[in-house]
Design a protein around this ligand. Structure first.
Ligand code: ZN
Length: 205
């Protein structure tokens, strides 16, 4: 397990990269990494932090119930991070509010998800070995009470496997991985696949 300082530096760098891509407007989004398993501790971005100017002071630690164990107020969606870590065994979780994920999650909500694939970039998802494979990205309805709804939503995924993420309707994308580097790669490629799928729909009418 990397040190708390190393994980903090990785989270700040990851959030900064996503902010630069335009996926974290107006203090949106959240990032976390597991710092200890027993008892469970997550380092997570604080609520309302501007991700373009994030510093170590914008990170705090929470426990297995999502309660702060260091000074600060954790992200309003901490329960989703905790559910992904506890139920799927992830080591790091990222959440973006990109334009394409907002559009596509709303458009595909009636189908319960969106099929992605048919391109080489799909292989950046752990467990995918061919560009011919297709993966299903679930869309969950949005909620203003994730403490109540997060466990049910994550349980619907069953177990971890490609695509290592899900969408929330007209809201954004969650993605995770065994460590920060893997979660970062999964989030990056899912954003790529979402933009590709949405643009394909737009061009095909
Ligand atoms: Zn959000």
């Amino acid at each position: 397990m990397p040190s708390r300082e190393a994980l903090a530096a990785d989270l700040l760098d990851w959030a900064g990269r996503c902010a630069a891509a335009g996926w974290l407007r107006a203090t949106s989004g959240s990032f976390s990494a597991v710092t200890a398993r027993d008892p469970l501790r997550l380092l997570i971005t604080r609520s309302g932090a501007d991700k373009t100017r994030l510093t170590a002071a914008d990170l705090l630690e929470v426990d297995a119930q999502g309660r702060a164990v260091s000074t600060g107020t954790p992200s309003a969606e901490t329960a989703l991070h905790v559910a992904v870590v506890r139920r799927l065994g992830a080591g790091a979780v990222g959440h973006t509010h990109s334009i394409w994920s907002t559009i596509l999650s709303d458009r595909c909500a009636a189908d319960g998800g969106v099929e992605l694939g048919g391109c080489e970039m799909l292989k950046a998802l752990t467990g995918v070995t061919t560009h011919e494979q297709r993966v299903w990205l679930n869309v969950f309805e949005n909620s203003q009470d994730w403490d109540r709804d997060a466990p049910m939503a994550v349980d619907r995924l069953g177990h971890d496997g490609p695509p290592h993420g899900f969408l929330i309707r007209a809201h954004g994308l969650y993605a995770w991985g065994a460590d920060v580097a893997t979660a970062r790669r999964h989030l990056d490629v899912l954003e790529f696949l979402l933009e590709t799928a949405a643009r394909r729909m737009a061009y095909s009418g």
